[in-house]
Design a protein around this ligand. Structure first.
Ligand code: FAS
Ligand code: PHB
Length: 393
């Protein structure tokens, strides 16, 4: 079998794998990024849209922030809407001036792929990692099913950045692996529409029919979501039904209708929380969705993934350039403390904004939480600081 050699084998060309490759490359540490899908597929996947203050700075410090700063939309607040009334959470005022940047995840991925290819650093698409070996020996290796057949990559370390359905977390012995999971009784139907957003800031809305989120990508592109029952399918949601339900849930006196346009992308995503422990086994380190999933209500998914990469890069650099293993030994515990804070905030936002169809006690409690979030300065300050920069704390 053909064999390649590197210092860090990175599984997955999502935001986590690509940012890790970028940071290692800039520091002269060899790596290879192995992606099972094609470039076009990876660059077209529409997912996250909000970048936290500290993560936007991280991307800029890594040399991947130029287009984000130019084209991204900087926001100073978000709205919480319920009973057809809007309440603004003044993010910047409540967080010493911090902001979020609205910039699609696929744009981050495109920027990082362009940088890696421009640097001539190894990035192989259509190359699926099928096995991970030697994690407790002197050298690790991954077996790859590539375009030109199978090959092996031997390395010092493996970064499992292969998302929630990848191979990396299965390489941790079942006797050591602990998986904590919660599935929520709803999914998100998301659309990308060629419609000028009727709002300048994101609107999170709780309506008796369900959740709605009004986000955006540019002055001509709206990104909108509806909370739907977990067994619902796209076939059950015609364009007309989607727009009618968005109008019903989001309507206020000031904004009775939202602007509509051709829907150019649509998907339904299940809502789950998952935490995999530990995030390290021998020479394998998990980062991003490979280790954790959060419901997107807190806009934490990609931010959490990139925050893991910040820790992993510093740990690998200390080990590979100075022989100092302290940071790799504490990697899992360091990440998991932040991961659980993000799980808590995402759970708080999800429960508060999605009405229960069966449990009116739960609805009473969640409405009290929502009212407190918009009337108590302390509560709105905690919400603002978690929303705008949880991963930097
Ligand atoms: P990713 O899943 O992005 O990337 C993993 C990569 O590894 C993929 O490209 C995959 O093809 C590759 N891979 C898997 N197995 C492999 C193997 N064996 N060999 C080689 N490559 C392999 N977050 C938000 O904040 N807001 C949102 O609105 C939002 N919406 C989402 C919608 C959907 C449908 C999904 C699935 C997630 C959404 N997320 C959202 C979360 C999302 O943004 C993730 O947090 C983010 O993609 C995490 O990045 P990575 O950890 O890099 O994983
Ligand atoms: C998005 O713009 O896609 C988005 C924004 C905020 C969220 C989730 C998704 O909480």
């Amino acid at each position: 079998m053909r064999e390649l050699r590197t210092q860090v084998a990175i599984i997955g060309a999502g935001p986590a794998g690509l940012l890790l490759g970028q940071m290692l490359q800039r520091d002269g540490i060899e790596s290879i990024v192995l992606e099972r899908r094609g470039r076009e597929y990876v660059e077209k996947r529409v997912r996250a849209g909000v970048i936290e203050y500290g993560i936007a700075n991280l991307l800029e410090e890594a040399g991947a922030g130029e287009r984000m700063r130019r084209e991204g939309l900087e926001h100073h607040g978000v709205e919480l809407r319920f009973n057809n009334v809007s309440h603004r959470i003044a993010l910047s005022e409540l967080s010493e001036g911090k902001t979020i940047t609205v910039y699609g995840q696929q744009e981050v991925v495109k920027d990082l792929i362009d940088l890696r290819l421009a640097a001539g650093a190894p990035l192989q698409f259509d190359s699926e990692v099928t096995a991970i070996e030697g994690l407790q020996s002197q050298r690790a290796s991954v077996v790859v099913n590539g375009v030109e057949g199978e090959f092996r990559v031997t390395c010092d370390f493996v970064a499992g950045c292969d998302g929630s359905f990848g191979v990396a977390n299965t390489a941790i012995p079942k006797s050591l692996l602990r998986r904590h999971e919660r599935t929520y009784p709803f999914s998100w139907l998301g659309i990308l529409a060629e419609a000028a957003p009727a709002t300048d800031e994101l609107i999170y809305c709780r309506h008796e029919n369900g959740f709605a989120l009004y986000s955006l990508r540019s002055p001509t592109l709206s990104r909108l979501y509806l909370g739907v029952r977990p067994d619902e399918t796209l076939e059950q949601w015609s364009d007309g039904r989607i727009w009618d339900e968005l109008n019903t849930r989001l309507a206020t006196e000031e904004m009775p209708e939202i602007s509509q346009g051709p829907i150019i992308e649509r998907s339904i995503t299940a809502m789950r929380s998952v935490v995999v422990e530990p995030m390290r086994f021998g020479r394998l380190f998990l980062a991003g969705d490979a280790a954790h999933i959060v419901p997107p209500t807190g806009a934490k998914g990609m931010n959490l993934a990139l925050a893991d990469v910040r820790v992993l890069f510093q740990a690998l650099r200390a080990q590979l350039t100075e022989g100092d293993s302290q940071l790799i030994d504490s990697y899992s515990a360091t990440c998991l403390e932040r991961v659980w804070r993000a799980e808590e905030f995402s759970n708080y936002m999800t429960q508060m904004l999605h009405p229960s169809y069966e449990d009116d006690f739960e609805n009473g409690v969640q409405m009290a939480r929502l009212r407190q979030a918009v009337t108590s300065k302390e509560a709105s300050t905690v919400l603002a600081r978690n929303y705008v920069d949880l991963n930097s704390a």
